[in-house]
Write a protein that binds this ligand. Sequence first.
Ligand code: SF4
Length: 348
Amino acid sequence: MEAKRTAIMNFTPKDLAALLEDWGEPTYRAQQIFEWVYQKRADSFETMTNLPQDLRKKLAQEFVVNSLHVVETVSSSDGSRKFLIALADGMSVETVAIPHRDRLTVCVSSQVGCPVGCPFCATGQAGFKRNLEPSEIVGQVWLVAKQLDRRVDNLVFMGMGEPLLNYDNLCQALLTLNAPWGMGIGARRITISTVGVPPVILKLAEDWPELRLAVSLQSPFPEVRDYLVPLNRVYSLRSLLDALKIYITRVRHRVTIEYTLWEGVNDRIKDAYELVKLLRGLNVFVNLIPGNRVDGLPFLPPSPARVKKFYNILKENGMEVSIRLSRGQDIEAACGNLYRIHGLERGL
Ligand code: SF4
């Protein structure tokens, strides 16, 4: 049986330089190797022609550049593309490329499945399998850049999983995604979307103050939020808002509040007024997102008139708010839908 090779995307130049030194190689080779991996998007050591042949061979025995591969791609008429990506152990995740004018945003997964289990979400309903390794988070972005042959400008962690429940691996991946020797994506162009893990939100303010944060609120009423976001039973709405207040004071920039509207569940007039009350005085921007229907689940998006009414109440009460229409409506837009429909069918 072939020995398991290490993912080179789990390494920093410093780690790799130390290892190369042990091998008796000059440490500057680490920089050359990462230039091949991240700038030239080389997918094999064999192609790294400025490295000695012996070193290329040894690297290929010990390391793998990228162990992920695309098993299915679905393109939307609006230009976005959803990839079902297989991991080395046969599991799979979804990654979405969203071009907008001359910029490319990639929506990344942080876990296989999700332990939060929101009842309206395809990923949540498919259960939790495991955390992604740093190399598997970076690998998704790298693979999309390679497939589309263009650089990635923005990242959103809005794919499968709750990123703040995989915090250590997320931080290690962020180092590579952000570094000039890595994917070179500016911290302000990276958004972490979370349902809210208050102690980790406070850590994020210390570790990555420039990142952008989006919090899925889903309901201003604790008992409704307990149902829509089961993690609310562990971390209350009050503790989440307290953490957000501290976070905003520390990072000094606005937080996005994501609010997915479901007919009759959280789109009522009293929901809108309570939301205003809850968020008043906080430096936030509210994104209203009409939900994406998932086959077999009992949640329906509200009519455009109901969405507009909700929007108007927020607007008239001084909130900064917009209605976000999700891209890729014709390609199973809801997070985890492609995985649920195709990945699970294939046993991925
Ligand atoms: Fe997890 Fe987000 Fe889906 Fe909730 S909505 S189950 S947090 S992926």
